[in-house]
Design a binder for this molecule. Structure first.
Ligand code: MN
Length: 754
């Protein structure tokens, strides 16, 4: 008893200390000092969560306190958000209701807590459709009050920071969700730091060993980078001092995640990534109104010290990114002959870059706001998309995600107004971005005064004039080159509307036809006509009749009068539906399926052991990514209850993670070099006599590995080759690559995805 009491006392101390730290951070911020209501929210939440613990064992209240601290310290929000963060799990996890919160803390906080409760379940459910539903909810609450999503982001960040105490299968789900939705959202909201941390944490949990490897290499090369940094900035300091600026210069080191990303995308090893170090100059403007000019002043003066790369000046000072990011990026050649990126920004710009645009956004409480910036426009677009219900959940997600991820280009209207568009936007997208009427009647465009088709992809700086015609109609083929969420939803909405009208007209014509023939239409008749005209269903048939693509006539009458029933086909359909593969001739296939469907006895809490036996008999190696022993993998239970093994970073697995998170299983290898698996290796080097010979010699003679396929191409003395081999595991691949690299002419050797 005594021990228990002591433990309680200790915890009480820890909790209070954490809260005091939160208050300290809040008091140091530039917000009004509303300590009283924050303390009230803390006490309320503490009492509500009393006796409950997190998986890690610590008292539950530590989580809301941590979230509130992120909200205040890292996103820069004020007391309303801090209170909401403290209370964010109360309605979800305890008996208190939103009304209770409203009575005690007022309607605003209650509304935010309500929004947070609505989206508390996480985005990813068991089905893609529930995922889309959840995501829609999230966007809807977000467009009502942006603070909801900001607090949610803090909640997610804290959960990611403490992910270690979750089950591995849960970790993949949460990490997958984070990479799929939250990191891009954080990016879109300008929460740069949070985005970077979310990505890095996801990576750490999905590929712990690779993460560690890269982190170690970063550590090992740190000293070298510091030297480069110090040497590089010394003359810059002198210059800035002489210009009278107060400033700081920081080194920005790429995170393991973005290094890994680059290694994957460019098929290069760590050693060949040259932009790990970047330099950031953050200055206080000599006068506020000269802020932008001074960015360029600094640029010009440092370009006198180092030569700049002609193609790599990025001006986000004159044209901020849609998420508010503002800075001047320039790449300079150091005295050691390395390109180094320098980012020039004012303190204000830096603040926006780290805390996000949203933190500076004026919250509209009733009255209008003077700040109708890019964020508002974006939220407005989201609202429009949400207002337009889309039948296909996955389409909706893809459309939204397209716009979350896309980086931006700037295009000009004929009158010189500037418009921000997602990268890869086409002339048609641009037309829809201005007005639905312009989009739906668009026949072409003039880009920089030259005539182009609707599908023409736009580039930054293009001036675009849209050409319309009253007789133009939206066509389904437009979906092939409409890339923005706005254009796609509008086009689909118009097509659906037209389809409905056509169906209605079709139904009238259909009924008239039957009445004239003195027939009573039955579902079998409909089936017969569908078959005759090769359409899938009744709706399609009616739509085609309505749009006069099908005209009912004598042929149809003949088919209808045929006694020989087309019903067999209907029966067959029924059979396959209700009995599945029960009538299948392929007995063997069926057996494997039943043998494999032993997922019921699987303990989700333990990782699947991938042994030689289970790989051959119980699990299926995914065809898309073909993992081999040693790869980071996960298991996925498919519709037929089979367990498919994917690489964790496989794009298909990423999608599965996000759509069917609860069907994931942790998996680890336990193999003993008996089975062979295919891998692809890519190499590049200088062509010369005997290179090919040395390669095959090493692989087949020295290593005794079977070459399955080999293709080489030489271009102006440089060769590139792809080799497919059968190996036991990742270790084999590493040894082969190391040995191949020893061949003098060979420049790089990497394993590639198929
Ligand atoms: Mn929470």
């Amino acid at each position: 008893m005594d021990d228990l009491y002591k433990k309680e006392q200790e915890e009480e101390l820890i909790i209070n200390k954490a809260f005091q730290e939160l208050l300290q951070v809040y008091l140091a911020s530039k917000h009004r000092k509303k300590v009283e209501i924050i303390t009230k929210a803390f006490n309320f939440a503490k009492q509500a969560h009393k006796g409950v613990r997190r998986r890690s064992g610590e008292p539950y209240i530590m989580h809301p306190i941590a979230v509130a601290r992120i909200v205040c310290e890292e996103i820069g929000l004020g007391s309303t958000s801090i209170c909401s963060a403290l209370l964010h799990d109360v309605v979800e996890d305890t008996d208190y209701t939103v009304e209770d919160i409203s009575n005690i803390f007022g309607p605003k906080i209650a509304q935010i807590v309500d929004g947070l409760t609505k989206i508390s379940g996480g985005i990813f459910g068991d089905r893609a459709s529930s995922q889309a539903e959840n995501f829609k909810k999230l966007l809807l609450t977000m467009s009502e009050d942006i603070r909801v999503i900001l607090i949610k982001m803090a909640d997610r960040l804290h959960n990611m920071r403490t992910l270690g105490s979750m089950l591995p299968s849960k970790q993949y789900k949460i990490a997958g969700e984070t990479l799929y939705i939250y990191a891009p959202l954080a990016n879109r909201l300008g929460l740069n730091k949070i985005k970077t941390e979310l990505e890095d944490l996801s990576f750490k949990y999905e590929h712990p060993e690779t993460y560690q490897e890269i982190a170690n290499k970063l550590q090992d090369t740190q000293l070298e980078r510091s030297n480069v940094f110090e040497n590089f900035i010394a003359p810059i300091r002198e210059k800035l001092d002489s210009m009278g600026f107060s400033y700081r210069i920081e080194d920005r080191v790429k995170t393991p995640y973005s290094i890994w990303n680059k290694m994957q995308n460019k098929h290069i090893p760590f050693e060949e990534i040259y932009d790990i170090l970047a330099v950031r100059i953050i200055f206080t403007p000599l006068s506020p109104e000269k802020e932008l000019n001074e960015c360029f002043d600094i640029y010009v003066s440092i370009c006198k010290i180092y030569k700049s790369h002609p193609d790599r000046l990025r001006d986000w000072v004159s044209h901020p990114k849609a998420n508010g990011y503002q800075a001047l990026h320039v790449t300079l050649m150091s005295n050691q002959g390395e390109w180094i990126e320098v980012q020039i920004r004012s303190e204000r710009m830096n603040d926006v870059a780290e805390h996000g645009f949203a933190a500076h956004w004026k919250y509209k409480e009733g009255g209008g706001s003077e700040d109708e910036g890019e964020l508002d426009k974006w939220l407005h677009t989201i609202k429009e998309i949400l207002d337009d219900p889309q039948p296909n959940a996955m389409d909706f997600l893809d459309t939204i995600k397209l716009n979350l991820f896309a980086s931006e280009i700037f295009v000009f209207t004929p009158r010189g107004e500037i418009k921000t568009m997602p990268q890869n936007s086409t002339a048609l997208d641009f037309a829809f971005s201005i007005h639905t009427f312009l989009g739906s009647h668009c026949i072409g465009a003039k880009v920089n005064h030259k005539l182009v088709p609707l599908s023409h992809p736009l580039k930054s700086g293009d001036q675009v004039e849209i050409l319309t015609s009253k007789s133009q109609h939206v066509d389904a083929s437009w979906l092939n080159f409409a890339t923005t969420a706005k254009a796609r939803t509008k086009i689909m909405a118009i097509l659906r509307k037209e389809q409905r009208t056509a169906q209605k007209e079709g139904e009238e014509l259909f009924n008239e036809f039957f009445a004239e023939m003195d027939l009573e239409p039955s579902s079998i008749d409909v089936e017969k006509l569908c078959k005759l005209h090769e359409v899938d269903n009744r709706e399609e048939l009616l739509a085609q009749i309505g749009s006069k693509k099908i005209v009912l006539g004598t042929d149809d009458l003949e088919v209808l009068k045929e006694k020989k029933p087309t019903t067999t086909s209907a029966w067959k359909k029924y059979l396959t539906f209700s009995f599945g593969s029960g009538k299948s001739k392929d007995k063997k296939m069926e057996e494997t399926v039943s043998q494999l469907s032993s997922t019921n006895n699987i303990d989700k809490k333990k990782a699947l052991k991938l042994t030689e036996d289970t790989i051959q008999n119980s699990y299926i190696i995914a065809d898309c990514c073909k993992p081999i022993p040693g790869d980071d993998v996960l298991g996925f239970v498919d519709d037929k209850d089979r367990i498919i093994i994917h690489k964790r970073q496989c794009p298909i697995a990423v999608r599965l993670k996000s759509s069917y998170g609860n069907r994931l299983l942790a998996a680890e290898w336990d193999t003993h070099k008996k089975l062979f698996f295919p891998v692809n290796i890519y190499l590049q080097g200088i062509d010369g006599v005997g290179v090919l010979n040395s390669i095959t010699e090493i692989i087949s003679r020295q290593m005794n590995v079977n070459i399955h396929r080999l293709s080489f191409e030489t271009n102006d003395g440089i060769f590139e080759g792809n080799i497919q081999l059968y190996v036991h595991d990742v270790e084999d691949v590493t040894t082969i690559c190391t040995n191949l690299k020893r061949i003098e002419q060979i420049n790089s050797v990497t394993r590639i995805e198929n």
